[in-house]
Ligand binder design. Structure first.
Ligand code: NAD
Ligand code: GLY
Length: 363
């Protein structure tokens, strides 16, 4: 097992990564200080892994809440189901919530913990690659509103993150690739060596080699922990974690949520960010090609569907949360492993990027 620490003074917490961790009573109970353990999961993950976690925390009179599966349930109605179950079980402030599932379960459980009786402890036990390398770390919690994604929530840190890589063996291929997009993101933002390591090891990751997965998850969490420790509430540098997301969110929203997975849209978004960076002459054509090649090897898309249309795409970008006073801010690249947050690009070059997607090979 490997452990690293997210350093946030009194709210610091460990991130444990390894095999067989769901069965570790010591790890699961390490941060439960008393009261009950309540495991929140969904109808897909619970049949696979709930019993193991229940057994590990059996000294804390555990109960479980099993929610319907899907992004469409990440809303206030489902959150209310968690509150209702907690009240019916007479759960007090000593209760610890355990999020067992992907990012949807993690985000909702975290927000339930942030708000139930004005705040109770919670533990993240992420079971998708995306949640293991991104959503379980850093304390962004919340639910969707009918009008927009992730609009209601809180920054609220877990007491620990327990990543059992064995859970990845049951993950659908498409979800594995979606997680790889976020892993590639860390290499591109500020870890050139990690990007090169991914180039060497992508085949092992796609084959779900446990040693390679452990290393990739560790280095991703290390990168994210370093950035969150500097800027917990995204006043500055944390926005770098949105590389590819302004383009990606527009693809997700434009095609209708659920058509493309978030990681798939981010993958194409990162290629578009690289294309615009190349048009600005900030990076080499060979850099764009390296990025496209790695993303394709992770079985991820690099072009958005024509049906979305350039004008619609551009207007969707205007809704991004990073924009200030209507001005679009993007995360672009000065190199592989060197991302910047910038408004320093022209509408004309952005329009070229949206129109053509790829760089002309003769460029
Ligand atoms: P998800 O939670 O919907 O999980 C994807 C699918 O995999 C679901 O059907 C789930 O039931 C299933 N699943 C989970 N673990 C499994 C396993 N081990 N074996 C088989 N099936 C399994 O999606 P996700 O990609 O994990 O997370 C996406 C969510 O995370 C979005 O709501 C997004 O907004 C959020 N998110 C949050 C942050 C953050 O910082 N808080 C960051 C990125 C994404
Ligand atoms: N997923 C982006 C962040 O946590 O800031």
């Amino acid at each position: 097992m490997k452990t690293l620490e997210l350093d946030l003074d009194s709210r610091s917490y460990p991130i444990h990564i390894g095999s067989g961790l769901l069965g570790s009573k010591d790890l699961l109970c390490e941060k439960i200080t008393g009261g009950r353990a309540v495991i929140v999961s969904n109808t897909t993950v619970a049949p696979l892994y709930l019993q193991r976690v229940l057994d590990s925390v059996k000294d804390f009179d555990p109960v479980s809440i099993v929610l319907p599966d899907g992004e469409q349930y990440k809303n206030l109605d489902t959150l209310n189901q968690i509150y209702t179950a907690l009240l019916e079980q007479h759960c007090d402030r000593q209760t610890t919530l355990i999020a067992l599932g992907g990012g949807v379960i993690g985000d909702m459980t975290g927000f339930a913990a942030a708000s139930y009786q004005r705040g109770i402890p919670f533990i993240q036990v992420p079971t998708t690659l995306l949640s293991q390398v991104d959503s379980s770390v850093g304390g962004k919690t919340g639910v969707n509103h009918a009008l927009a994604k992730n609009m209601i929530g809180a920054f609220y840190q877990p007491k620990s993150v327990i990543i059992d890589i064995d859970t990845l063996q049951t993950l659908p291929d498409r979800e594995l690739s979606a997680g790889l997009a976020e892993i590639i993101k860390y290499g591109l933002i500020n870890d050139h060596e990690f990007f090169a390591w991914l180039e060497e090891n992508m085949d092992r990751l796609m084959a779900r080699d446990k040693e390679a997965l452990t290393e990739a998850i560790y280095r991703s969490c290390e990168n994210k922990a370093r950035i969150v420790a500097q800027d917990e509430k995204e006043a500055g540098v944390r926005a770098l974690l949105n590389l590819g997301h302004t383009f990606g969110h527009s693809i997700e929203a434009g095609l209708g949520y659920g058509q493309w997975l978030h990681g798939e849209a981010v993958a194409t978004g990162m290629v578009m960010a690289a294309n615009l960076s190349r048009r600005l002459k900030w990076i080499q054509l060979s850099d764009v090609e390296r990025i496209e090649t790695l993303i394709l090897r992770a079985n991820l898309p690099i072009r958005y569907p024509d049906s979305l249309g350039v004008e619609r795409f551009r207007s969707l970008m205007q809704l991004d949360k990073k924009n200030i006073a209507g001005h679009l801010r993007l995360v672009l690249l000065k190199g592989v492993g060197d991302a910047v947050i910038t408004t320093d690009f022209s509408e004309a070059l952005l329009a070229d990027t949206l129109r053509h997607g790829s760089i002309d090979k003769g460029d």
